[in-house]
Design a protein around this ligand. Structure first.
Ligand code: ADP
Ligand code: ASP
Ligand code: MG
Length: 814
């Protein structure tokens, strides 16, 4: 004999029930017991309707209607018309009784646990009946049995305890005499010795199946659900989770106890004593191997087998000098909780015995505080113990594995992973079995924590980087294109998986929690919502992904003001926008401080020399103990391009226009031509060399006529260039007469910085600088005479995008 249990999703509708039939039909070589849950979601609806009725809210009628419709629709879809009427009338009569029960609760304005169980039991009663009728109509040799007649419990309504001797006897007697090949029963429901309906706890259909499997010593217990086994973590939260092929009873029990809902945790106990294997299979992918749960341990398996979590946890702690050395305080504490039927999920006690802290279900916390304060009223009044402290909105995450006890350093790895991702840990507990290490964290951090731990323990070091990209113009769009092309290479070679979760331009913003498809991000953006910097920020925060990076490809002052916020939330910032780093020194250093404090890199390599590794090289010089004495540089790719192309045959205006069109200038070209852009760059270089400098400290001998400097928009600016052509030609001619070229040079020496147009003679390092190239000469203590030179393409969307990309990879390797 074998027992097959199908969960709520597997029997949620007629289409799924047909899949169930196909699976059952394949296994009837053996006598088969089929246990079914209520149609998916129906138990919740029943609970909701009961609660509404009890609070005298007429809305319960609407929910009852919904329940009725679901069942009737399923019957109509599954059963041939001729046979429908008998089944419909039976179901309607059951629903009438249910209605009467709910009406009773509504009239009295109250619901007892006993009545609640009676109401809730209709989910399984109806589903088992309908499914068995469907099987009959399909010609299967089946018998329907009301499981309340077999499973006997006490009267702890909501989660009754099974009377195993009685239940086992009834099951054996019944199944011995059944001649049909398939027996269909509802899970979850039972009855007390007095004949009252009881239930086995939420998710309890698994347990029904295990109780019956154990009683009749079935060959195997199969749990058919909506995922392909027990996974390394909940696959609905951790996309990278994988099914565990083989796991021991103890490990499975621990994982399910700590929240792996795929198996109701009491399920294992009955089959464990009889040594019956459990297989977890997917109704929607029956060919998948699933998970085998046996007595034997998988010695070759990973040390950490799975990570699970229980949401909606609260902590209650008791603290005070009165607890030290006084025996019985903890005993009393646990006794009162137990008397109030509050189950304790996790315990920690400080070694000084000064405090004791337990994790319980959030729904019990108010009651717990009350009973504990009442029990310790005398000690509290005497000031020996403080009133119980409650903390809410928490969750437990746990690493589970039989072999964990033999491995050092796992908890260190766990906590450093959480720390790196800015997940605050409230309490740590290690199970006495050493089969689990658990931590209590904020509820909002669960997704991030599970994914970060999963990455650390299961993903062969593939690190996921989650990017939020602001600005998809010249640089931004090139950047997205580069990511698309390199994605596979990075995954294969650097073990980095880059996902773009959010993008925004000045009009629209769009998010995709699974990563935006980079083949048509434009479409995704068009479909997005109206752009809003604050909302973008909030969304990034709410998503709370590990390894999140905010990428600023804009030139916007507004956007640069949001970096603080990102860094404070441990979100790294990568930017080609120079405004933040060239703003007030205080702001620049505050951003760097936040980056250190919150362990979130703040990288802006592209602020100087686009993709050239100038800042990174400088950083390496400084950290290795070198000191910068002097910097000389041509830092404006745009100005270099302009002066390299400007001559007597062209006009200054046209050359600037061309530079703008080819993406070599800032969106506002005046920023380049006025020297402001170069001032910002030399300022950043000076600051990164360890100097406290402000932008106003930099001397700027601008070559632009005053009139051009005073313009306030691009049109006026270009008009002024046209008007002053003669002045520009004069500059050119004077350089040519001196056998020199015009270069816009930035200098820093002895704490002083300056920028300006210079005539560079033949033979100088700067003379042959081509196109939009940049060059930087670092004179340092180690390079006092022959400077360290970095030279190459210093402007353009492509190289800037590649510089952004390089910063992101730096973070990936961080
Ligand atoms: P059923 O209705 O079939 O009993 P449940 O909803 O009770 O199904 O359990 C299956 C669900 O358990 C999965 O859809 C998944 O979201 C959740 N789950 C949580 N942790 C795990 C895990 N470690 N492995 C697999 N599923 C898990
Ligand atoms: N229908 C019950 C519930 O939703 C039992 C089960 O599905 O296992 O909790
Ligand atoms: Mg379940």
């Amino acid at each position: 004999m074998q027992v097959l249990k199908f969960g709520g999703t597997s029997v949620a509708n007629s289409k799924n029930i047909a899949l169930v039939k196909a699976i059952v039909s394949k296994s009837i070589a053996n006598k088969t017991i089929v246990i079914v849950s209520a149609l998916g979601g129906v138990t919740d609806l029943l609970i909701d309707s009961a609660a509404l009725a009890a609070s005298q809210d007429k809305e319960y009628v609407g929910i009852l209607k919904k329940i009725e419709e679901r069942h009737i629709k399923t019957i109509r879809a599954l059963i041939p018309i001729k046979q429908q009427s008998a089944i419909l009338s039976k179901v309607k009569s059951e629903l009438n009784t249910l209605e009467t029960l709910l009406e009773g609760a509504y009239l009295i304005g109250e619901i007892t646990p006993k009545l609640s169980d009676k109401i809730v039991s209709y989910g399984e009663l109806l589903s088992a009946f309908i499914i068995s009728e469907y099987f009959i109509s399909e010609g299967l040799n089946i018998l329907y049995k009301d499981s309340r007649e077999l499973i006997t419990t006490n009267e702890t309504y909501g989660k009754a305890s099974v009377n195993f001797p009685v239940t086992d006897k009834k099951c054996r007697a019944f199944f011995k005499n059944v001649s049909e090949k398939i027996i269909v029963l509802g899970g979850f429901i039972a009855s007390s010795e007095k004949g009252n309906a009881t239930t086995l706890g939420r998710g309890g259909s698994d347990y029904t199946a295990a109780i019956i499997a154990a009683a009749i010593k079935a060959k195997q217990l199969q749990i058919w659900t909506d995922v392909s086994g027990m996974y390394t973590a909940n696959p609905k939260i951790v996309k990278q989770a994988k099914a565990i092929p083989h796991i021991s009873y103890e490990e499975a029990m621990e994982l399910s106890h700590f929240g792996a809902k795929v198996l109701y945790s009491p399920t294992i106990q009955p089959v464990l004593t009889r040594n019956i294997d459990i297989v977890i299979k997917n109704t929607f992918a029956p060919e998948d191997e699933g998970t085998l749960i046996t007595k034997a341990k998988d010695e070759k398996g990973k040390t950490v087998r799975g990570i699970s979590c229980i949401e909606n946890i609260a902590l209650i702690s008791l603290e005070g000098s009165g607890m030290v050395g006084i025996p019985g305080t903890s005993k009393c504490f646990f006794e009162v909780l137990s008397q109030a039927e509050i189950s304790v999920v996790l315990i920690t006690q400080a070694s000084s015995e000064h405090s004791i802290c337990v994790g319980i279900s959030a729904t019990d916390i108010d009651n717990a505080v009350e009973v504990v304060n009442t029990a310790f009223a005398y000690e509290i009044e005497q000031g020996k113990i403080k009133p119980a402290l409650a903390e809410k909105e928490l969750a437990i995450i746990a690493l589970v594995g039989d072999n964990m006890k033999n491995h050092q350093g796992l908890s260190g790895k766990m906590f450093s992973t959480l720390g790196k991702n800015n997940v605050n840990i409230r309490v740590i507990a290690q199970g006495a079995s050493e089969r689990n290490i658990s931590a209590v964290i904020d509820k909002d951090d669960v997704k991030k924590a599970l994914n970060a731990l999963h990455e650390q323990f299961f993903e062969e070091n593939i690190k996921q980087l989650n990017l939020f990209v602001m600005g998809v113009g010249n640089v931004g769009s090139k950047f997205l294109e580069q990511v698309r092309h390199q994605k596979k290479y990075l995954k294969d070679n650097l073990k980095l998986n880059i996902r773009i979760i959010g993008i925004s331009n000045s009009r629209k913003m769009a998010f995709d929690e699974d990563g935006i498809n980079l083949k048509n991000w434009q479409k995704a953006l068009e479909k997005g919502t109206k752009a809003n910097g604050a909302q973008f920020m909030n969304r990034v925060n709410k998503l709370n992904y590990r390894n999140s990076i905010f990428v600023d490809n804009t030139a916007s002052a507004e956007v640069s003001k949001t970096y603080h916020h990102y860094l404070r939330n441990s979100i790294s910032v990568v930017t080609c926008n120079k405004i933040a780093c060239s703003s007030a020194f205080e702001n620049y250093s505050e951003l760097k401080r936040l980056a250190r404090k919150y362990n979130a890199p703040f990288l802006f390599e592209t602020n100087v020399g686009a993709g050239l590794p100038i800042l990174d090289t400088l950083k390496h010089l400084i950290v290795s103990g070198d000191k910068v004495l002097k910097i000389q540089a041509v830092l404006s790719g745009s100005l270099n391009f302009i002066f390299n192309n400007f001559n007597t045959e062209s006009t200054f205006h046209d050359v600037v226009k061309k530079a703008q069109e080819e993406g070599y200038t800032e969106p506002d070209p005046k920023i380049d031509l006025s020297g402001v852009d170069v001032m910002r760059k030399i300022l950043i270089l000076a600051r990164e060399s360890g100097n406290h400098l402000e932008i106003d400290d930099i001397a700027n001998n601008s070559f632009l006529p005053k009139e051009g400097l005073a313009t306030t928009n691009n049109k006026a600016f270009f008009a002024s260039l046209q008007k002053n052509e003669a002045a520009f030609q004069k500059l050119y001619k004077s350089a040519q007469d001196a056998n020199s070229k015009l270069k816009y040079v930035a200098q820093f020496e002895a704490g002083k910085a300056s920028v300006g147009l210079q005539q560079i003679p033949k033979g100088h390092d700067f003379y042959n600088l081509e196109g939009s190239d940049n060059i930087v000469l670092f004179y340092t203590e180690r390079y006092p005479n022959q400077p360290m030179i970095i030279k190459g393409a210093g402007a353009g969307a492509d190289v800037t995008a590649s510089g952004i990309f390089a910063d992101i990879i730096r973070i990936g390797n961080f």
